[in-house]
Ligand binder design. Sequence first.
Ligand SMILES: [Ca+2]
Ligand SMILES: [Ca+2]
Length: 235
Amino acid sequence: MRFGSTEGSPAKSRAAGVSAIRRGSRALLALMVAGGLVGCSGDDGATGPGPQPPADEASEGELLFLRQSGTAPPLLTRDTTFVATRGEDLKVELFYEPEAGSDDDTGERFLEFELDKESLLRYPTGHPMAGQTFADGDTITIRIQVDEAEIVATLEPSGLEFDTDRPAELELRYGNSDDDYDEDGDSDPELEDDIDLWRQEQVGDPWSRVGEIKDADEDKIRAFLTSFSRYALAI
Ligand SMILES: [Ca+2]
Ligand SMILES: [Ca+2]
């Protein structure tokens, strides 16, 4: 059984690149580790984010951060830790709880994080191997925490570097977000085009636009990461 098959999304070719699956969730229903790397672009009908406004960097106060809708199910997992191994592909997915009465183990997917077997490049500051490059078989513990209220994902350890030719990939979905983005009491479907994925190095820093692939039909945005930090959906 694949947890990924229960999310009810259209059977697009998104999963076609997943060649093998191994299970490594330590008692976490929502966590799936799989072999294979989904292709970067053009394999799932996704389109680019379109013409961008000039501001690719913004202060926290300049952004409208998406919030989960009041009717959104809770996430099955908001804080998960796993081991990544150089030389092995990795996929981690976080899901919402299934709808009441559903036989599914999970609801819709919220977050997807993927590493290619060559993605791990250099150890972070503070690690005993700080500054050294990963060799095949080397491992590192990665943690993903999600702030449900504002749809912010924090990935650690900060300072961990990924190969720019084989970056890590992060995808967040906004299908369960409150579409009154500006919080003035009415829904704002016209603002969906402006939703993007933003990255903040450290709390208090400005945010940078990092979304690379946006699929407005499936309400998801993917970014390619060369290092960790905080990632949020915002306008
Ligand atoms: Ca509004
Ligand atoms: Ca949409």
